[in-house]
Design a protein around this ligand. Structure first.
Ligand code: KIV
Ligand code: NA
Length: 266
């Protein structure tokens, strides 16, 4: 199988096809998702929440991203691997953004980076693109700016649609090969997808975007409890794992495990 490239994602947009993106943070899930046909794997800084147990993405460091991203790259044959530049690793200057994007590419073997860059940080994204590194933009609700945005709120509604358009065009003009639209009204997302030449990737942005992305622990039900409206759960892994482990605990207590077939003799 040959590797998905950014040009294939552009071709999907140009021919009216869709592509799928899913997060991954380790070698085994990367291999499963790659074999299942996911086109783009995102090593998201959402790992701050879903792997490390933080309440936000803000504590995640570049070194942590590089560790997880290397594992994901090693698990894939086909998917394009995109790595988030975490909070604090690209905001200071275009030079800082290039330096840290270069580290990600060099130390992980990934194929692109993602920056939460709209109009405000477009120059930083453009500098990374000039360095020869494909950049995915991310606008709408941007979790690294949670405190500036006033919490988890739908973006692009009413008057805010104009800002969403400015951010989208700035990302495109910076040379981004695609842009994530997170938690924006489906109407605003449709308008942006139609206005841009590059593909948009939606999460909570309706179904008109060229791509869709979800966080894997949400969509496979490894995480439980309240889910955002945009999450569809395709499996219930937490329940499956809980029941299997409870059976293991019971069999250890009763002596049923290990059986003869799991023991060595002689
Ligand atoms: O970190 C992440 O998982 C993301 C996606 C939600 C787009 O940025
Ligand atoms: Na992210």
């Amino acid at each position: 199988v040959s590797r998905v490239r950014t040009l294939h994602l552009q071709r999907a947009k140009d021919t009216g096809e869709k592509f799928s993106m899913l997060t991954s943070y380790d070698v085994l899930t990367a291999g499963i998702f790659d074999a299942a046909g996911v086109d783009v794997l995102l090593v998201g800084d959402s790992l701050g929440n879903t792997v490390l147990g933080h309440g936000s993405t803000l504590p995640v460091t570049l070194d942590q991203m590089i560790t997880f991203a290397g594992a994901v790259v090693r698990g894939t044959n086909r998917a394009l691997v995109v790595v988030d530049l975490p909070f604090g690793s690209y905001e200071e200057s275009p030079e800082q953004a290039v330096r840290n994007a270069v580290r990600v590419m060099r130390e992980t073997g990934a194929h692109a980076v993602k920056l939460e860059a709209g109009a405000a940080l477009a120059g930083h994204a453009a500098a990374v693109v000039r360095a020869g590194i494909p950049v995915m933009g991310h606008i709408g609700f941007t979790p690294q700016s949670e405190h500036a945005l006033g919490g988890f709120r739908i973006q692009g509604r009413g008057d805010a649609a104009a800002q969403l358009h400015r951010d989208a065009l700035a990302a495109q003009d910076a040379g981004c090969f695609a842009v994530v639209l997170e938690m924006v009204s489906a109407d605003a997302a449709r308008d942006v997808e139609q206005e841009l030449r590059i593909p948009t990737v939606g999460i909570g942005a309706g179904n008109v975007t060229t791509g869709q992305v979800l966080v894997w622990q949400d969509m496979l039900g490894l995480r439980t409890g309240a889910m955002p409206r945009f999450v569809k759960q395709y499996a219930q892994l937490a329940e499956t794992a809980h029941d299997a482990v409870a059976q293991y605990v019971a069999e250890v207590r009763s002596g049923a495990f290990p059986g003869e077939e799991h023991s060595y003799r002689g």
